[in-house]
Ligand binder design. Sequence first.
Ligand code: NAD
Length: 470
Amino acid sequence: MANPFQEIRNNQQFYFENTLRKSSLFERKQKLKKVKKWIKGNESHIIKALYDDFRKSPEEVRIAEIKPVISEINDALKNLRDWAAPQRVKTPLYLLGSKSHIILQPKGLNLIIAPWNFPFNLTIGPLISAIAAGNCAVLKPSELTPNCEQLIVRMIIELFPPEEITVITGGVEETTQLLELAWDHIFFTGSPQVGKIVMKAASNHLTPVTLELGGKNPVIVDNTANLKDTAQKLIWGKLINNGQSCVSPNYVLVHSKIKAKLIIELKKAFTKMYGQTKEEVQSNNELTRVVNKHHFKRITSLIDKSIEQGANVIIGNEINSDDNYISPTILDNITTSSAIFKDEIFGPVLPLIDFQLLDDATSIINKEEAPLALYIFSSSKKNTKNIIRNTSAGTTAINETTIQFIHGNLPFGGNGHSGIGRSHGKYGFTAFSNERAILKQLRGFTTIKLIYPPTNKFKRFIIRFMTWRM
Ligand code: NAD
């Protein structure tokens, strides 16, 4: 059976070859300005769509869905000329006479597949990089946040012809069909499990991929940490989007000496931010809901199993299945065998595991796949340096969580199981560009003529000289 998306792809290819390939930086900037204007004019619609999908608060939508996209646009508008400028490179002695540089050209046809947790930001954010780099794109937003999906459909119809940018809605079936086609780049954000499917499909056409994946982000709190500050930052970082964030702290390795004090501070920070009583917490509009029943059951079952295995509930574990509500939950007495430790939690649960030696903490981390984010809370430069040197992660924040994601000058991405490639700002622009190497030789001259066949004694000498200090 013919692929239902083949024609869309072919139309984009025609448009890219005949129109977009020749587009100027000025034209790209005009498109980015158009997108910015649309977002500003539709802010209330974006906020409503995300509230309807999973009760995301207007404040969170502004900070974590709209602001990062606007920042991407502003960054590109400011820096596009620099990013796209040809980069001169030095000439090695043996190529004397030639001159070389690198140009960044648009890759062409791009498939952008997005998850549900930041459904606007993670669909439109990569699109900004793709537009800045001069590309066509097919967007596949998540089917699990249908209001945002429909908003993105309307947005793209209003802004672009389908042969330049279009949206395909749907789930596994549609994504599988899209992945059968040949693209010039696939930018996927989602789980490592589906990341493997994407990479396998991409290999059929040798398509380059950016995989922005997830995983279990560890936190180390050592015995020198400022515990009040640590607790506030952990509660905030954990409860953005109700823990449904790829950079959410997944488990806390806490020095046994200061664990009791950290627990006191965590309780204080939580009640200050989200309410004193169960009722206050449940009715707090700043707590997003778990996205659907499937994830609600998955998370509650992980909590229940962990309690059966000996976990203590420090706060939370109030549920309401009508509303997919799980109150923010902190679990103590967790070990690496606990159910809650096994996978990325992606929900409002923070497990605490104690350690005595820093080496024990880093060895727990190193037995797992390399995380997307590692967080260190410490006042000791020596401990911080040791932790960084002895572990591996896509990103790391010291005495902070989460905000490395919104720093436009830092590359964002994982390491192996947590991702391949980098996004944001210049790094996103480069992901959607082909770095083309250009070498220009003088007419009638090349040092390489000195070694053209047939070889003789003099040429052998030259070759030995050229390879002498390799
Ligand atoms: P997911 O992998 O289930 O889905 C992502 C996309 O893939 C969706 O558009 C979905 O329709 C599609 N998809 C799902 N199953 C598929 C299949 N079998 N074949 C083809 N396509 C399929 O991820 P999710 O549940 O939407 O998002 C949560 C995951 O994403 C978490 O692991 C989280 O850590 C990760 N994430 C990573 C980042 C990052 O920037 N690194 C950001 C957000 C989320």
